[in-house]
Design a protein around this ligand. Structure first.
Ligand code: ZN
Length: 320
């Protein structure tokens, strides 16, 4: 089956080692356009390109970039990185990232209008580039399914039903938001095996994680590199994140686990030196450097690692 990428369509059989939830660039929507002097875009592109080359050196062949409206998606900048790291193919997203409120534009337009925007990104291309979105993104955080969030979840579900493009979510795992997302998707008629419930790895509540899997979806164990400390009190420790994956594998759920970092090669929410300080392990390569060796030590087999990083992403895009 074909999947669109920044580098042209590829066959799912060519995806290879895949990081399913990363970001090249995250910008606060509109700030760079308003105050371009605050950004050294050339330096930022060069830095992100170098980081992506390091991922390629670990054998990464496909990266799913889940940057959408709400995270300052800039397709032309992403294309510059893709052109310089041709070993890696980038699947890009459409959708809307909000924890509560919608942009005013969408407040007074209905769910189907929003869905039609996503469908155009999938069928015609994003921001005039002709690059088609291959995945849909939405979010529910601590505020829960507010009216704005519910509109996005239902619009994403409807765009999925019209196009067959799969869904990847952001959740606040501590409040078990993934189950609410599954309920809404099911009401809309979505087959839950086409859904990754993202940031599930922020929880070590096996009951919660297994419920998501038993309902049919994948659990995104997708924030390796973000660990508990004074600045990031909501995140689990390194040990907890790794042990939770090992335990799910041991219990036979390897076919429903997705591994990634949610790394942002550039993010303007904090000065980058602060990002490095509060999350020193966070990168596109941490899983290969530290997590996989430790999973092996905990009894996770090579076949299970390949399942999580190669076979699961492929099956998810194929919809099999
Ligand atoms: Zn993300």
């Amino acid at each position: 089956m074909k999947v669109p990428t920044l580098n042209g369509d590829i066959d799912t059989s060519e995806m290879g080692l895949t990081l399913m939830h990363e970001h090249l660039f995250v910008f606060s929507d509109g700030v760079q356009e308003a105050f371009p002097r605050a950004y050294d875009l050339e330096g930022i592109v060069a830095d992100v390109t170098e980081k992506m080359r390091q991922a390629a050196s670990h054998g990464v062949r496909t990266v799913v970039d889940l940057t959408v409206l709400g995270l300052g998606r800039k397709l032309p900048l992403m294309q510059r990185v893709a052109a310089q790291v041709p070993q890696v193919r980038f699947i890009v997203a459409t959708g809307l990232y909000t924890y509560n409120e919608l942009p005013h534009y969408f407040e007074n337009r209905d769910i189907d209008h929003m869905a039609s925007m996503f469908v155009q990104d999938i069928r015609e291309g994003i921001q005039g580039t002709g690059v088609r979105a291959g995945i849909l993104k939405c979010a529910t955080d601590e505020p829960g399914v507010t009216p704005g969030v519910e509109k996005v979840l239902r619009a994403v579900a409807r765009a999925h039903l019209q196009t067959g493009v799969p869904i990847y979510t952001h959740t606040h795992a501590a409040t078990r938001r993934g189950l609410e997302q599954q309920r809404i998707f099911k009401e809309e008629g979505v087959d839950l095996k086409r859904v990754v419930i993202g940031h599930s790895g922020d929880s070590n509540d096996l009951g919660y994680l297994i419920s998501i899997i038993e309902n049919g979806s994948y659990v995104g164990m997708d924030r390796f590199g973000l660990y508990h400390n004074e600045a990031l009190p909501v995140f689990p420790t390194y040990d907890t994140r790794v042990r939770t994956v090992a335990e799910l594998c041991k219990r036979g759920y390897t076919e429903r686990i997705i591994l990634s970092h949610d790394y942002c090669g550039f993010i303007d929410w904090f000065p980058m030196e602060v990002v490095r300080q509060i999350a020193p392990k966070w990168s596109y390569t941490h899983i290969f450097e530290e997590v996989i060796p430790d999973l092996r030590e905990m009894g996770v087999s090579e076949a299970q690692i390949q399942q999580m990083l190669v076979a699961n992403p492929r099956r998810y895009f194929e919809g099999a």
